[in-house]
Design a protein around this ligand. Structure first.
Ligand SMILES: C[S@@+](CC[C@H](N)C(=O)[O-])C[C@H]1O[C@@H](n2cnc3c(N)ncnc32)[C@H](O)[C@@H]1O
Length: 450
């Protein structure tokens, strides 16, 4: 069997998907800025990005497939094993280099930067160049660095939350990831599916001496990281296309929604702005509800004074959400919990729902990589399969689904679920499947009471 034939097909996919992506950038009113331009673009914080995400999942999948196909195996294996991207990025994100370089649009010599952030000049030069090679920072002159389009977008003064996403990924998730193999070999942690015995908790206990039970307690004990987590959730909405749900789902047909585990209202704030007739209730842990009240007082005081939004604390593992809402919406909640706890949460929602209420579960839906299972889901539930020769799930075009899946394992001993797993879980809590919403990157599954 020859792989040569795949080259032409992959090139055609790259061509058509890149053309479609450019059109989506232009629809937002401007051309694509070069990677060297330290500019933001409206597409960074656009919410209606299903068409862009659909083009990108083909483009990313096809580019990775083609380079892997045409590279000798040893080259790819070296590339995957020696990839230092996250370590290099962490050094610069922790030391707020994007904020520093924002003050030097013409660039800053590595000698001065090294004095400011206390890293020896030679080492820092290596680190900055390794980042610049991936378009994070620019070497504008020999040993002189400036912000690129990517590093500019991580500035802490921008409202996009991208710097916080990077910080959460690099400082918490990657540290746990670095100890995954050790935690899996540990006789206590390895076989456990308890949130208190995740790889992150292994890291927090062994390296930080933390005595608490699980991640949300760790965040509570680390206020700066908790604050970063809240901002990262805002950034997740933009970067993972989670806000496409604002456009895809007919919210205008409903009058009330309870956002369970809402955080400070990363989705609810947008819902309140776009659908003024929707009565919104935010529910989360008591201290998070306190932050949400402060956040809305600054971000959208009119919604509060017009009583379009309520804030009600809950521990969703033990208590039921408020009664009488038409919609119960859970975004990025069930993936934090192992099946036994996810079941408790769903049972509690089911108890409170009226006969005409709907449950909306919004997460990544992961798929097996064999074409048989992909085709089964596509014919039964409308999950779009990738064109051949791409892996049926779009391969690297869905990398973030796998990153999120592993990130949930690392932090909570939990996971992203396949559609079959979501349906089984919901069915055993007394729900009936209504509709699968393909949001191109994340997915939403709608249920009614059975
Ligand atoms: C991953 S965040 C998702 C936040 C928000 N839904 C979003 O999509 O941006 C998970 C949320 O669950 C909340 N949470 C965790 N444990 C909880 C509990 N026992 N009861 C209620 N909320 C909880 C956290 O405080 C956090 O806001």
């Amino acid at each position: 069997m020859s792989g040569n034939v795949d080259v032409d097909t992959l090139l055609a996919l790259i061509n058509s998907s890149a053309t479609a992506a450019v059109a989506e950038w232009q629809k937002k009113g401007q051309d694509v800025p070069p990677l060297s331009a330290p500019e933001t673009h409206p597409i960074d914080t656009a919410t209606d990005v299903v068409a862009l995400k659909k083009a990108l999942r083909v483009l990313e999948g096809a580019c990775e497939h083609l380079t892997t196909l045409l590279s000798p195996n040893g080259q790819t294996i070296y590339q995957r094993s020696y990839n230092m991207d996250t370590h290099m990025l962490r050094v610069t994100v922790e030391r707020k280099v994007p904020d520093i370089l924002a003050k030097y649009p013409e660039g800053l010599h590595v000698t001065e930067l090294s004095e400011m952030i206390d890293i020896p000049e030679v080492k820092l030069g290596q680190i900055m160049r390794a980042n610049a090679m991936r378009h994070i920072f620019l070497e504008v002159d020999t040993n002189v660095f400036a912000n690129s389009r990517l590093s500019h977008s991580m500035r802490s003064d921008l409202p996009n939350g991208f710097g916080a996403i990077a910080s959460r990924g690099l400082c918490e998730t990657q540290r746990a990831g670095a100890l995954l193999s050790e935690s899996l070999a540990d006789p206590e942690y390895g076989p456990s599916f308890e949130a208190s015995q995740s790889a992150f908790m292994y890291y927090a206990r062994k390296q930080q001496g933390f005595q608490g039970k699980a991640v949300f307690e760790w965040l509570q004990a680390n206020p700066e990281r908790r604050e970063n987590f809240a901002i990262a959730m805002v950034g997740m909405g933009y970067s993972l296309g989670g806000l496409t749900v604002l456009h895809a789902f007919p919210w205008q047909n409903y009058t009330s929604v309870c956002d369970i585990g809402a955080g400070v209202g990363t989705v609810a704030l947008h819902l309140a702005r776009k659908f003024p007739n929707l009565k919104i209730t935010l529910q989360d842990r008591e201290e998070v509800v306190g932050h949400a009240i402060d956040h809305w007082a600054k971000a959208y005081p009119e919604a509060v004074s017009e009583k379009r939004v309520d804030f009600v604390p809950i521990d969703f593992l033990v208590g039921t959400p408020i009664e009488g809402c038409e919609l119960y919406y859970l975004r990025f909640i069930l993936h934090d919990w192992p099946d036994s706890d996810a079941q408790l949460i769903l049972n509690n929602v089911r108890k409170t729902m009226g006969p005409n209420s709907r449950l909306l579960l919004h997460d990544y839906v992961v798929q097996h990589l064999d074409r048989k299972s992909g085709l089964g889901e596509s014919s039964t539930y409308g999950v779009e399969p990738a064109p051949e020769p791409l892996l049926p799930t779009f391969g690297a075009g869905r990398a973030r689904a796998h990153y999120m899946d592993i990130s949930m394992q690392l932090q909570f001993n939990a996971k992203e679920r396949s559609l079959g797993e979501v349906l089984a879980l919901a069915s055993s809590a007394g729900f009936k499947f209504e509709k699968y919403w393909d949001l191109a990157e994340t997915s939403m599954v709608e249920f009614s009471p059975a």
